[in-house]
Design a protein around this ligand. Sequence first.
Ligand SMILES: Nc1ncnc2c1ncn2[C@@H]1O[C@H](COP(=O)(O)OP(=O)(O)OP(=O)(O)O)[C@@H](O)[C@H]1O
Ligand SMILES: [Mg+2]
Length: 360
Amino acid sequence: MSAGIDLENVCCDFGSFRAVDHANVSVRPGEFFSFLGPSGCGKTTILRMVSGFIEPSRGVIRIGGKDVRGQRPNQRPTALIFQNLALFPLMPIWENITFGLEVRGVDKTTRRAKADELLRLVDLPGAADKMVSQLSGGQKQRVAIARALAVEPQVMLLDEPLSALDLKLRQHMRAELRAIQKRTGVTFIYITHDQGEALAMSDRVGVMSQGRIQQIADPRDIYNNPVNGFVAAFVGENNVFTGDVQNPSQGMASFATPHGTFRARLGDIAGQTNVKLYVRPEHTALTKAPGPENSIPVTITEVSFEGNFISVLALSDSGARLTAEIRNDGAATVPEMGAKMHMSFDAARASILPDADVRS
Ligand SMILES: Nc1ncnc2c1ncn2[C@@H]1O[C@H](COP(=O)(O)OP(=O)(O)OP(=O)(O)O)[C@@H](O)[C@H]1O
Ligand SMILES: [Mg+2]
C-alpha cells in the first residue's frame, strides 16, 4: 500500500522567521519525489511536518487524502530515515530490522521470517545474524531501509540518507534505493542538496529556495526548462548575461546586453524584476568563423581536460568571461590557449528568466 501526500499552502514559522512559505505540492501514491535545495531552505522542516514532529503554522497536510493535523508521528503511516541511522549496536541485524514489530508484540518466528524477507529485498541476504559493526556504510544504510520498511509504511521519508557515504557508494546506493522503491511501490519523499542525486533517482523534483518551492517537474524538465535563474543555477552551470528584453513574440525575444543582442526563449517574466539570459556551457559552440546566430568574438583563456568533457574559458572582446564545454568524443577539435574564436549558441537553447520566486 502506498499513499499520496498533499501540502496545501503549508507554512512553518519559527518565531518571526518563516522557514517554509506557502508550500503547495501533491506527491502521487508510489511516486519517488525529491525536495532539492541548498542548506537552510526548509527541506527537513517539510519532512518533519509530514512525519508529525512539528505542526504547520498554516495550511493543511493530507496523507492518503486524510487531514493529518493533530495526529502524532506514530499514528501516521510514515517512516523516517535520517542521515544518522541510529541502529542498535548490541542487537544482531535481524533484531534491528524488526525492533518496531517487537514493540507491537509480533512473535519471534514471524519477526525472523520478516527480517529475512526484507534482507532479500535490500540485497543483503545472509546478514541477519551479523552485528552492525561488521557492516559497511552502504550495508548499514540498507539495514536502516529494511527496518523502516518492516512496519509497512505507506510513505518513506528520507532525509539526506546517503550524505555520509563516499562518492562511489553513494552512486551505487542511488540505483539501489530507486530499485527498492520500485519493488515495494511505497511512496518515497527524498531530501537532498545534491542535484545529481535528485535528478538520477526521482520521478519528480521540487526545487526549493528560502522556504519556497520554486519549481516542481520531472528531472529533464527541471534541467532543460528551469522556470527561473535560481533553478537554472542550482541545477547545472550557466553563462549569465544582464540586459533588456526587446520585441517579445511567440515565446521568443531579443535580449540586448553589453556583449551583443541575442535571440532566446522567453520565460514567464510577467511582473518580475532582475531578468537575465542563461546559456548552459554545453549548449555553446566554439568555431573559427562566426556562428549562424548569437555569436560572440572571444579569446580562449583556459582549456581544462575533465575526462568526459573539456572545459574552455574564454574572454569576449567586450569583456565577458564565458564558459564552454566540449564533449570529449574524439571528433571535437580542442581550442588552443590564446586562440581567437567565436562562441555561439542556439536561440532555442538559451532562456530569458527572472531571478527567483523570493518573498516580497
Ligand atoms: N526548531 C527551529 N527553530 C528555529 N529555527 C529553525 C528550527 N528548525 C529549523 N530552523 C530554521 O529553518 C530554516 C530551515 O531549516 P531546515 O532544517 O528545514 O533546512 P534544510 O533545508 O533541511 O537544510 P540542510 O540542508 O542544512 O539540512 C533554517 O534557517 C533553520 O535555521
Ligand atoms: Mg536538513
